[in-house]
Write a protein of this length. Sequence first.
Lengths: 483, 484
Amino acid sequence: MTTYEIVVGIECHVELKTKTKLFCGCAAEFSDDPNRRVCPVCLALPGALPVVNRQAIEYAVKAALALHCEVQPFSRFDRKNYYYPDLPGAYQITQMFHPIAKGGYVDIETTKGSRRIRLNRIHVEADAGKLLHASGGIGGAGGTLADDNRASTPLIEIVSEPDLRSAEEARVYGEKLRTILEYAGVSDVKMEQGSMRCDANVSVRPKGDPVLGTRAEIKNVNSFKALERAVNYEADRQIDLIEDGGSVVQETRGWDDEKGVSISMRLKENAHDYRYFPEPDLPPILLDPERIKGIGLTLPEMPEDRKSRWIKELNLPACDSEQIASSRFSAELFDRTVALGADPKTAANWIMGEWTRCVRVKGIGMETEPVKAEHLAALLGQVSAGKINNKQAKEVFEEMFDTGEAPEQIIQRKGMVQVSDTGALDAIVQQVLADHPKSVEDYRNGRTQAIGFLVGQVMKASKGQANPGLANQLLAAALEAMK
Amino acid sequence: MNQSISAAEELAALTAHDASCRLAEGTVSSVQLTQLMLDRIAASQNNAFITVNPKALEEAAAADARRQKGEARGPLDGIPMALKDNISTQGLRTTCASRMLAEFVPPYSATVARRLSEAGCVLLGKLNMDEFAMGSTSENSYFGPVRNPRDPQRIAGGSSGGSAAAVAENLAYFTLGSDTGGSVRQPAAMCGVMGMKPTYGRISRYGVVAFASSLDQIGPITKDAQDCALVLNAIAGKDPYDGSSLMNPLPDYLDALKDGAAGLRIGIPKEYMGEGISEEVRMAVERVAGLLEAQGAIVETCSLPRTEYALSAYYVISSAEACSNLGRYDGVKYGYRTQAYANLAEMIEKTRSEGFGDEVKRRILLGTYTLSAGYFDAYYKRAQQARTLIMEDFRKVFRQYDVLLTPTSPVTAWALGQKHANPLEIYAMDVCTVSVNVAGLPALSLPCGTDSQGLPIGAQFIANTLGEAVLLRAAAAAEKGGKA
Ligand SMILES: [Zn+2]
């Protein structure tokens, strides 16, 4: 039986989070109100002309540098001509002949080890608008409405080489790309909201065969998990086809995640002739090495670098480092908390534990910085100084997360002082001993673990405010004295 | 002739700068000038206007009020003018002489329209043209052909035929046209007025409905060089809304008028004076050379050997860009939409079949063909290579000459309908003007006499990049020599 190899290349569209659109002054932000963020330029009214948004070019360069690409000193826009009602000018402004960056790579780690995935290019282009189909669709009774709020918002397309060899690699590549772009700060990179869209070119071939098989392009993938499923499905479909004596046809297929299948959208024979030619309304983009260097200086420390630094300098376990570095927001929170004096391992535990849990459960965007490093460091300081216990600290953390208040304020407001005063605790200890003669008896009879129950009772009686170490100490002394 | 009629004729025939003096003296008001123009437009039979601005008198009254308060804005304040109908005007329909945009009212104004309005000009209306500026006769208009005021049985030239005819018939003190392959200069020549095509990027294209983006340039059509300089002063310069507009500092173009021809180095490229140029046109151009030589200019014959490629390169590039620029007229958002259709493809197809005229369709087909996969290298790419060679030719001759002198059109205005069946013959008539657009250079057409039938002849000056001032210098000197 033939063993097959899966070959995948990914084209990833990433929306740049610039203030304004790529070629006009309209705000590049989402609006529920259709055709609210539009002007003569992005509506392609007769006579309107595009002007390039410098911030978009800088973001594209930043992304390219973060992905180790060669930024091109000369690049240019081209027109891709086709008719569709969501494309106001009947052409998309993109970069066909001279993209802004070439080459580059992404290092990925999977269960099979680490691999370097090469990139082919990055180019800048304008997004299209959206169509809202009433029942009946285009031309039908229900009609179709066009909303151009999204038209002309800036995108970069990151095109990988066909270097990926499994569905898992495709998913991990996508996730890694997201992490790197999030670090670069150029995009929200949210698959679910469409600010990152991955299309996968999938083919199969007998293992060892140097020739690439016929590929199908899979579109409409809305999450990285869906990407993995879609690639697996497509590879299986193609292998089945070949095993049954058929052959793969070049086509575009749409992924239906609910049904777990893909459906043919367009065959290659029906592909458009886009009649690409250089955009005559826009001068070329000229980037001198100084400017490229300057843009590079605005990049933060990237995940790989942080990981190795933490392992080397902070003795942080590799798996902790990996997890915290996977998001720029957790990485920055960690670095800042540690810089404020927190113990690295403790800080890491809190970020991987409570912080991650709260982000997930509450559905709060990490980018909104729900917990400041100063507050987290202060909270850990309170715990290590014995002022509050761990249980209290978790309660304070959640409160901090919800309100943004400083931990000291929350502790004070809640009257959450750890009772470390021997006198105050002594009374409680005596009361607990008096109330639980059975446990005292057990202890006397050598069942020393009974002290654990008694400590719990002291904590309860103090409404959680007792210093548990001190309570243990006092109980032990009292019980010894009673022997 | 009745005295008041001849006084009105005299007032209408004034140059913009003379009219400006009368306004400054207070001997005439903007409302009077505007009413005079509106009356003449209403009486004209030459179809130069597509739309008259209903607010023209209102704008004139505002100009008069400013002047009364001592707040006149400058030499063009209160001067009535008109714009080619491919220049967007907020609230006033902008048709491009096409059925496709016959009812289209832009929600914004072109930068040139805005700048003239800020200078105080009164907008009389919008001028007839070849549909989407495609043509050299102004016969390809959904609103009917423009007639030449010098002989109404003849073409006014094109595509800015209405702009040239309006100035020639004294229906406006000046107008703006657009020039993609000679569309300002050739009708100016045929109607006996002055037309300038500035350097590509010198004047904003924002709001000017695109024909061929890398070639289009707005230009003034005026009665003399001084008016041309005045209008240029008002409209030229960097526009943040046009990425291809140039940053270079602006001179005061009026300064150039006084310099005279002494020492001016003039080249006459032999390729522009040979076969296909009518004898009468050639002689008229040589007369201009003689006038300037008499004033101390140095006139020599020179050569632009790649001239023969210009016409083909021009038609390939302009059609390619046009087919893309005109894709947006699909009936979805604005403009004409066909009545009945079963689906999206049919809607677009029928809308475009019914909305565009024959010449526009011809260019779209040409452009679609030359950009198609497999043909791109053979046509578009080679045309761009030819473009580079043509630019090189010019760069070389401009090391030796300040300005080149050629005919604007090989022949004078022909009869309406005469060449309509033969588009290639009409294309060939652009031979003297297209190189300038292909190379992005400035050029100016100057009226230089008439042929034996009394039809105007135009001489063309071509200058190096941003050489508008030297064009005006040569033109002013030639005007002076012509009067002497
Ligand atoms: Zn816009």
